[in-house]
Design a protein around this ligand. Structure first.
Ligand code: PLP
Length: 376
């Protein structure tokens, strides 16, 4: 059942002094998410003592799963407590965040309104966005979709666009609750503070983790994991792999989030809290053949599906930097935090790039000899 529980039960002991503690959470995610050993071929040459994966891709079904649901548990509880009736948020055309928001909102009885960024050519025929990947679930859950061109998105910024649609919803008699891009507010950070405690409970009795690797898109997940690690007193380094923007942008985000929560970063600031690596390759949402090869080899060897926009890029970029400096990582324990996202690739847009990477003869007609008996 979708219970709403007091959040006090989920506040880790080391986080009690922080500000903006949520009142309650809606139970949307399947927790704890699995933790297991994992040996992706791209990390083999580094010589890690162990490699674990935290499966937040399994925090829900394809409609709700991924990292956003831990944030939405808090954001939607807050929206309900404030008497709002519509969740308004923004993202790319294949936004995992918008898809999960639409589904989660409907699950708790709220409407959703999504602003989705489309390519400048696409904008002239918006009836054409289709039902591929994330759009299937968001549209089936009844989200209202407004499109905005990339040009207008970068000209005005996501916050100004949200304010435009917020005013329109209010004028139409709605009570909107505005969720910024990626759901990365200080309130939502509590979702990943609690997730760090969940991980610590799962790790009990195991050797400590020296490195955590996580994809970074709006910065909320990596920041909250790093804050949790710091406050819990661990000596784990958090490596945030940026798939858009710049490391400076994410350090600024981390500093702002820490300030809002009342964490004094003292010496080192955000750079002392986590390490942000550039991992966007040729650009947000664009894949190189090498990145896709990491994704296909990982799936073929381990059975774990990464996505092309976030987790595949994160593993690829981390493997490159670790292989370039193995002396920094040899004999350490590493954890890859899988944040989901494979649904975004389920629209088939990668077919042309993936087909040549599959084993020869993977697909062939079933050979039928003469004389096979008929049914019954
Ligand atoms: C949104 C997202 C991220 C990035 O999380 P942020 O908190 O926005 O940095 C990583 N992986 C996937 C699959 C995502 O959908």
């Amino acid at each position: 059942m979708l219970e709403t529980l007091p959040f006090a039960n989920f506040v880790p002991g080391w986080a009690r002094a922080l500000r903006l503690q949520p009142e309650s959470k809606v139970c949307l995610a399947m927790l704890p998410t699995p933790l297991h050993e994992w040996r992706p071929p791209c990390l083999e040459p580094v010589g890690f003592a162990s490699c674990l994966i935290k499966r937040d891709d399994m925090s829900g079904g394809p409609d709700l799963g991924g990292n956003k649901v831990r944030k939405l548990e808090l954001l939607l509880a807050d929206a309900k407590a404030r008497g709002c009736d519509t969740i308004l948020t923004i993202g790319g055309i294949q936004s995992n965040h918008c898809r999960a928001t639409a589904v989660a909102a409907r699950l708790v009885g709220l409407d959703s309104s999504l602003i989705l960024r489309v390519s400048d050519q696409h904008a002239s025929d918006i009836s054409d966005i289709g039902f591929g990947g994330n759009l299937l679930f968001g549209r089936l859950a009844g989200a209202t979709v407004k499109t905005v061109t990339k040009r207008n998105y970068s000209r005005h910024g996501s916050d100004a666009l949200l304010r435009v649609e917020e005013a329109r919803l209010i004028a139409a008699g709605k009570r909107p609750y505005v969720v910024p891009v990626g759901g990365s507010t200080a309130l939502a950070a509590w979702g990943y503070l609690a997730a760090v405690q969940e991980l610590l409970d799962q790790l009990a009795g195991r050797p400590p983790i020296e490195h955590i690797v996580v994809a970074c898109g709006s910065g909320g997940t990596a920041t909250a994991i790093a804050l949790g690690v710091r406050l819990a007193g661990l000596r784990t380094r958090v490596h945030a792999i940026a798939v858009c923007d710049t490391p400076e942008y994410f350090y600024a985000h981390a500093e702002q989030c820490a300030a809002e929560l009342g964490v004094d970063l003292v010496e080192g600031g955000a750079v002392g809290l986590l390490t942000v690596h550039q991992g966007k390759g040729t650009g947000y949402g664009m894949s190189t053949a090498a990145e896709l090869r990491t994704l296909t080899q990982t799936a073929a060897a381990t059975g774990v599906t990464l996505d092309s926009t976030y987790t595949g890029k994160a593993l690829h970029a981390f493997a490159e930097l670790a292989c370039a400096a193995p002396e920094l990582f040899r004999e350490t324990n590493v954890l890859f935090w899988h944040t989901g996202g494979a649904v975004g690739d389920a629209g088939g847009t990668l077919s042309g790039a993936l087909a040549p990477m599959m084993p020869a003869g993977q697909v062939a007609p079933l050979l039928l000899a003469d004389g096979i008996p008929g049914p019954e």
